[in-house]
Design a protein around this ligand. Structure first.
Ligand SMILES: NC(=O)N[C@@H](CC(=O)O)C(=O)O
Ligand SMILES: [Zn+2]
Ligand SMILES: [Zn+2]
Length: 469
């Protein structure tokens, strides 16, 4: 007996309609006919021919929880995620405390387990390298290294230590129930051997060279505080040099790496060249580096200040480069308006993106500049594959029933005042859009309907290196 049936779905670029049968949070049937319907009528959602995508996965968010919840927290951030069509997010470790010890990691697992409306994974921070093995047992989505804060010696040691998390069964106290999902109620009391780590953990990188950044920031500070100076305080060269350094370490250790927020033609070229010569490397672009250039610093000032900075036309990427890029990650990096009102050199960098990226991409879809398969590849399939997230990223039998219903005709204008996020600002303010997520289901539970948020209990997703897609 199905719990729920979502009928009249368009699942691809054809006009064919399907019914998706859901039971216990899983997709159990995808049929052209309407299968035996659940008894009670309210467990049938007829989407009347709308496009239905797999729930989006954002591999790069900063929910600021714990310690910086004046900017965002797991509830407001996940509400923004659900509103934007995301059913899984991977949170970054630069919170207070940083998520770079098993204790801090477990604390954030609990916070997310209490407050998150969508499923969530966690990137681990890298600081005390003696903690790497214990952190690896908690299955972080990756080990995140901020190269702009790391010297060469530390980088070399970190790569060596993370790469050295060998293929051996990891026993000891774990929080895993048999099927690998977190049992929040009996936190930490379970003794279940984890399945073998099939491979060393992934390293994800913020690639900006610290010396180049320091040198250029000092130079630009002398020129005043015109917002466009920021583009040259952390120049393309800083990203190119850091990218080159990380790629050579990846080759040396045969270590899988992932570049966050790739922002320049040259760094992307280095990544593609390395990929073609056998380095196991993937790349992410953010919405702001995809759609905006450094001219927006003129118009939006600190609201468009982000690391790496928006780039000028000569250096920036754009829609034409999407086929060479593995995922879109929003780098949803909320700050308060008060902080953003400081002067250029003291305002924090970061832009919220969860609630804007899908309408922006659907607008491109309506203009024929991308197709549905591109969106699924960049925001569903590849994030699930790269971060080894089991049962997500695809609409197929056996997968989690993570779905987003899209109204391709719905027109709108980006209005940060309506954001669920605490960060009610965006350089996309005023952008006209056509296409909008109107329903988000997380494991078969309606979490957003017509912009309204509904209660849900998101679950921690473990990286599962055994997962095969
Ligand atoms: N991207 C940013 O400009 N800021 C991020 C940090 C980061 O991703 O580098 C933040 O956490 O605010
Ligand atoms: Zn970053
Ligand atoms: Zn970030």
């Amino acid at each position: 007996m199905l719990d729920l049936c979502v009928t009249n779905c368009r699942l691809d670029k054809t006009d064919e309609k399907f019914s998706v049968g859901i039971q216990d949070g899983k997709i159990v049937s995808i049929k052209k006919s309407v299968p035996k319907l659940p008894s009670k009528p309210d467990e049938i959602i007829d989407v009347k021919g709308k496009l239905v995508l797999p729930g989006l996965i954002d591999a790069h968010v900063h929910f600021r929880d714990p310690g910086l919840t004046v900017k965002e927290n797991f509830f407001t951030g996940s509400a923004a995620a659900a509103t934007g069509g995301f059913t899984t997010i991977l949170d970054m470790p630069n919170t207070l405390p940083p998520t770079n010890t098993p204790r801090a990691f477990r604390e954030k697992m609990k916070i997310g387990g209490k407050r998150s409306l969508v499923d969530f994974g966690l990137h681990a921070g890298v600081d005390d390298l003696s903690k790497i093995n214990a952190l690896a047992q908690l299955r972080p989505a990756s080990f995140k290294i901020f190269m702009d804060l790391a010297d060469d010696d530390f980088l070399l040691e970190a790569f060596s230590k993370i790469n050295g998390v060998h293929n051996n069964p990891l026993n000891g106290t774990s929080d895993h129930t048999q099927n690998g999902t977190q049992d929040h109620t009996r936190h930490g009391t379970q003794q279940h051997p984890l399945n073998e780590i099939q491979e060393h953990p992934l390293i994800s990188l913020h690639a900006e060279d610290p010396e180049r950044v320091l040198q250029c920031t000092e130079q630009m500070k002398k020129k005043g505080s015109d917002p466009q100076l920021y583009a040259w305080a952390r120049p393309p060269q800083a990203e190119i040099e850091a990218t080159r350094k990380a790629l050579s370490l990846a080759g040396k250790f045969k270590q899988r790496i992932h570049f966050c927020h790739v922002s320049t033609k040259k760094s992307l070229k280095l990544i593609i060249h390395a990929k073609n010569s056998g380095i196991n490397v993937t790349s992410e672009i953010t919405p702001h580096h995809l759609f905006l250039d450094s001219g927006y610093l003129k118009g939006y000032g600190n609201l468009a200040k982000t690391n790496p900075p928006l780039r000028d036309d000569e250096n920036r990427l754009n829609m034409n480069y999407l086929p060479q890029i593995d995922i879109i990650g929003t780098d949803h990096a909320p700050h308060t308006l008060e902080e953003k009102e400081k002067d250029l050199w003291n305002a924090p960098p970061g832009i919220p993106g969860l609630e804007t990226i899908l309408p922006l991409l659907l607008t491109q879809l309506n203009q024929g500049k991308i197709n549905v398969e591109d969106i699924k590849r960049l925001l569903c399939e590849n994030p699930a594959k790269i971060f080894r997230i089991p049962h997500k990223g695809f609409i197929a039998e056996g997968m989690d029933a993570d779905l987003v219903v899209v109204d391709l005709e719905r027109e709108g204008v980006v209005d940060p005042d309506n954001f669920q996020s605490k960060a009610k600002y965006s350089p996309f303010k005023g952008f006209k859009t056509k296409g909008m997520p109107v329903m988000t289901l997380v494991r078969g539970k309606l979490v957003m309907a017509d912009g309204e948020i509904r209660e849900n209990q998101g679950k921690f997703v473990y990286l599962d290196t055994a997962v095969e897609y």
